[in-house]
Design a binder for this molecule. Structure first.
Ligand SMILES: C[S@@+](CC[C@H](N)C(=O)[O-])C[C@H]1O[C@@H](n2cnc3c(N)ncnc32)[C@H](O)[C@@H]1O
Length: 264
């Protein structure tokens, strides 16, 4: 039996807009991921695990012919409602699994999967499918949270110190460095590179944002004057770009390896 929530409704878990550093992180994640698909008129793009469909809609508004694939009935319905095209062509939404893409081989200029692969029960098979449906000169773009970011490592160590050495009780609930219950895989750079590298010639590895979730960081950013907060976030983001292993989010991309076949 597959343990995937087909009624999944993400509206109450998307933390965008809650703080300046979260907004920055999610904004940059979207900007870089969509940018790596090289959107534009005439491009055929597939968004695997499209969620509420906002990225597919953005790509369509940039002129691409975009399909959003999503297994959850509720999310697909919300995506259709939220992204009904006003003018011009909007995205198309299709229900389906990432590991059994209902599309012909070599049929997309780009395939993206943003913030979702850790939710998949068969991520390797899904990556093989993404490589299969991408054209030989196309792009497969994957964006994923890094659970070995410097922020996760420091926060984990700090909490261990407070609990183990100072005897403090930690706040109840999941810490941001713990894998959520609906994730199957705990990704970090090495694992993501290894899994994607099996089916894609990875030629781009980019880190996004640094320090998200560090104790006190969000409050510091809120208290800084706007220009200083923006400058700090941008400088750290530039460092993350150079040192992806430390970054909060990883974006990896490249053309498909043509020998790629579903392996799970
Ligand atoms: C955190 S949401 C991300 C949605 C979207 N990409 C975004 O960035 O807002 C993860 C999505 O993965 C979908 N999902 C889970 N397992 C899947 C699978 N095996 N194949 C395709 N999508 C899946 C869920 O239904 C959910 O919509």
């Amino acid at each position: 039996m597959r343990v995937v929530d087909l009624d999944r409704d993400m509206r109450d878990v998307i933390p965008t807009g809650t703080s300046r550093d979260s907004e920055f992180l999610f904004g940059r994640m979207t900007e870089v991921t969509l940018g790596r698909t090289r959107p534009g008129p005439g491009r055929r793009i597939l968004d695997v695990a499209a969620g509420l469909g906002q990225d597919a809609a953005q790509l369509a508004s940039d002129g691409a012919s975009c399909i959003g694939l999503e297994p959850s009935q509720r999310m697909s319905q919300l995506a259709r409602l939220a992204n009904a095209p006003g003018h011009g062509l909007g995205p198309t939404f299709v229900r389906g699994w990432g590991d059994a893409l209902p599309f012909a081989s070599d049929s997309f200029d780009a395939v993206l999967c943003k913030g979702s692969l850790d939710h998949f029960d068969r991520p390797r098979a899904a990556l093989a499918e993404m490589a299969r449906v991408a054209r030989p000169e196309g792009r497969v773009v994957v964006a994923i949270a890094n659970f070995e970011s410097v922020a996760c490592r420091v926060s984990r160590t700090w909490d261990g110190f407070r609990e183990g050495w100072l005897g403090r009780e930690l706040p109840r609930g999941r810490r941001h460095y713990d894998v959520p219950h609906d994730h199957f895989t705990r990704y970090q750079l090495g694992l993501m590179r290894e899994q994607l590298g099996e089916v894609v010639e990875v030629d781009c590895v980019e880190g996004i944002s640094l320090a998200w979730g560090l104790p006190g960081w969000s409050r510091v950013v809120e208290r800084l004057p706007g220009f200083a907060a923006d400058a700090a976030l941008q400088v750290l983001d530039a460092v993350a770009g150079r040192l992806p292993g430390f970054a909060d989010v990883l974006v990896l991309a490249g053309p498909p390896r043509r020998s790629a076949t579903a392996s799970e």
